[in-house]
Ligand binder design. Structure first.
Ligand code: PDD
Length: 289
């Protein structure tokens, strides 16, 4: 984790992050009644901007929060944050909560959403394939609407922590005997040279990097299938690829202490990664403040 940049956005204006304040009655604080996005910025250009904005709208609609901004306003807000913080390589965090009410009531009483955004400096995206990571499996202890990008992430936090304590970078989650996703990533499995991805059900987040991975696989000429992945298929995979906006695309080469396939970066990952490097600019958008 790198430190946050100085300038943030809160409720209609840019301000020093150190001066940003919200009410303790904000429902984001009391109930995690909030949604968020993490958007990579490479060389000042936002990566996969439109899919992130579309998913933000989808999450807001699922929580029945009226979107506080239209697409142009979101773009300018993000563009301004990038510019105020000097451009370059950043991760932009954007959160919308339902806002503060006069008291604490489970059923919303009507409030103005709180919009908060800040940026963190991040290393430039890798041009060479990053080393494989270790992963563990864990029971998916999350709720039944993991398709909503909610800030209610306690289960994800405990699962990621469990992975870290096991010396791994990610926990791959199993529910009813099949793979859902990672604690903060989507997960893909190569079997018989075919890329397999769990279907978009309420059990998984519709990942922006997931869609990109599937598109890159198509461009590489790989066959891909969206289907339920039983635990045995995960454990017998030739390759496992985890994908997220923050972490990019990584191969998991160790699972529960055992090598995945032959335990090195596999051919499907390497081809897809090379295609990603060559096409990042195509998926990046200049945003005017
Ligand atoms: N996490 N699934 C979960 C549970 C996630 O938290 C994430 C991303 C993904 C991948 O989605 P995307 O490719 O759009 O980032 C899948 C973000 C980065 C986070 O919480 O920091």
């Amino acid at each position: 984790m790198t430190g946050p940049c100085d300038t943030a956005w809160l409720d209609g204006r840019y301000l020093p992050l150190a001066e940003a304040r919200i009410s303790p009655l904000d429902r984001g604080f009391l109930f995690a009644d909030a949604v968020y996005e993490v958007l990579p910025v490479y060389g000042g250009r936002v990566f996969l901007l439109e899919p992130h904005l579309a998913r933000l709208e989808r999450s807001l609609a699922a929580l029945r929060i009226a979107s506080p901004h239209d697409a142009g306003q979101w773009r300018r807000l993000i563009g301004g944050l990038v510019t105020h913080n000097g451009g370059g390589d950043l991760l932009v965090y954007l959160q919308v909560s339902r806002g503060a009410e006069a008291g604490r009531s489970h059923v919303p009483q009507g409030s103005t959403p709180t919009v908060f955004a800040f940026a963190s400096r991040t290393p430039p995206p890798p041009t060479a394939p990053p080393p494989g990571i270790a992963a563990i499996t864990a029971a998916d202890t999350r709720w039944a609407r993991c398709d909503i990008k909610s800030t209610a992430l306690l289960a994800n936090i405990l699962l990621k922590w469990q992975a870290e304590e096991a010396g791994a970078a990610e926990a791959l989650l199993l529910r009813d005997g099949h793979l859902t996703e990672g604690s903060s990533s989507s997960v893909h499995v190569v079997t018989g040279g075919v890329l397999h991805s769990p279907p978009l059900t309420p059990e998984v987040l519709p990942g922006t990097t997931r869609e990109l991975l599937l598109e890159l696989a198509r461009r590489c000429g790989f066959e891909s299938r969206v289907c339920t992945i039983p635990e045995a298929q995960l454990r017998g995979a030739e390759e496992i690829i985890v994908a997220s906006a923050g972490g990019g695309m990584r191969a998991a080469t160790v699972l529960d202490g055992q090598p995945v396939g032959v335990g090195v970066l596999g051919p499907v990952f390497l081809r897809i990664f090379a295609t990603l490097v060559g096409s990042r600019a195509e998926f990046s958008t200049e945003v005017e403040p």
